[in-house]
Ligand binder design. Structure first.
Ligand SMILES: [Zn+2]
Ligand SMILES: [Zn+2]
Length: 62
């Protein structure tokens, strides 16, 4: 039952049933895990998002 999966993730090189791509992946096919992980890190610390002088109120204690 080890049928070859249709697509190979460009990052982890594992077969995936479904892959995703966007400009963040350079339009390479990423598996769900890698794709999610990539965007997780992008949203965690993305420089260049606060251009309106908004203060970063992260979880810093006062
Ligand atoms: Zn992957
Ligand atoms: Zn993206």
């Amino acid at each position: 039952m080890d049928a070859q999966l249709p697509v190979i993730c460009a990052k982890c090189h594992n077969g995936a049933k479904k892959t995703y791509n966007c400009d963040h992946t350079d339009y390479a096919e990423y598996c769900t895990e890698c794709y999610t992980e990539l965007h997780y890190y992008l949203t965690e610390s993305g420089p260049g998002q606060d251009a309106q002088g908004a203060k970063r109120d992260s979880g810093d204690a006062p």
